[in-house]
Design a protein around this ligand. Structure first.
Ligand code: RP5
Length: 183
């Protein structure tokens, strides 16, 4: 039995683009290596939507669509993105290769793999050589949610509306924690 609140539903943000968004243009790019990553990465999308952050999402594989990855990451700045969230599993090169092509902050989400429970994904993403950073989150759903929250925190540095929504999120989360365990 979990007490986990449905914060995306609870926050009831207005779902309008934040004040730094230009005509609803995406500020966050959410990419994933495969359709099979959707079940994890949808939690990042749900969180961004709840907070009213303008985003775009795309399947971009470092291995299967390398040219798509290069095009996506190399044009990310000029297209107005501020942060990229990249989720991948197994030999998860996507976040690191994406970071190689752009100066934007890249947040990596290790998707849980069948063979190694996501340890392979985690280590593939987290062990970047010095000079090309990827901010690595937890394996799976928690990492996807936190990547969205962290992306929003980055945007909120210059956006009071998003900052207020994050404060609301935290307050709802705090209010949802029981004082004593249910027996
Ligand atoms: C990675 O390989 C993807 O990110 C995915 O997590 C994993 C398996 O992909 P599929 O074989 O399910 O397409 O590139």
């Amino acid at each position: 039995m979990t007490d986990e609140p449905n914060l995306p539903d609870a926050i009831s943000a207005e779902n309008t683009p934040s004040e730094t968004a230009v005509a609803g243009a995406p500020q966050v790019g959410v990419i994933m290596g495969s359709q099979s990553d959707w079940e994890t990465m949808r939690h990042a999308i749900d969180t961004l939507e709840a907070l009213g952050v303008a985003y775009e999402t795309k399947i971009v594989s470092a291995h299967r669509t390398p040219d798509r990855l290069a095009d996506y990451a190399r044009t990310a700045v000029e297209r107005g993105l501020s942060v990229i969230i990249a989720g991948a599993g197994g030999a998860a090169h996507l976040p690191g290769m994406c970071a190689a092509w752009t100066r934007l902050p890249v947040l990596g989400v290790p998707v849980e793999s069948h063979a190694l429970k996501g340890m392979d994904s985690l280590l593939s993403i987290v062990q970047m050589p010095g000079g090309v950073p990827v901010g690595t989150l937890a394996i799976g759903k928690a990492g996807a949610i936190n990547a969205a929250l962290l992306a929003t925190s980055i945007l909120a540095i210059g956006d009071e509306i998003l900052a207020a929504r994050l404060e609301t999120w935290r307050a709802l989360q705090t209010a949802s924690v029981r004082d004593e365990p249910e027996r």
